[in-house]
Design a protein around this ligand. Sequence first.
Ligand SMILES: [Zn+2]
Length: 79
Amino acid sequence: MGLFRLLTFILVVLVAWRMIKNYQAKVKADRPQKKIPVREKIVKCEYCTTHIPEDEAIADGEIWFCKQEHKELFYQNNS
Ligand SMILES: [Zn+2]
């Protein structure tokens, strides 16, 4: 009877171990993939210092402007 109890114990441990492993795998699979949003680069208008996304800004080399008007005004004031 001692051997039977030992085998039963081993079986229970193995089943429990598999359940834990399955649970861990499930938890891992269910975990939502954290999407890291692609942060838009924010640039500063050199004329009015407004911060705007890069794709909405007007670039002039390393200098950024929120609109064409400000680009023109900036160069008018600096010439
Ligand atoms: Zn501006």
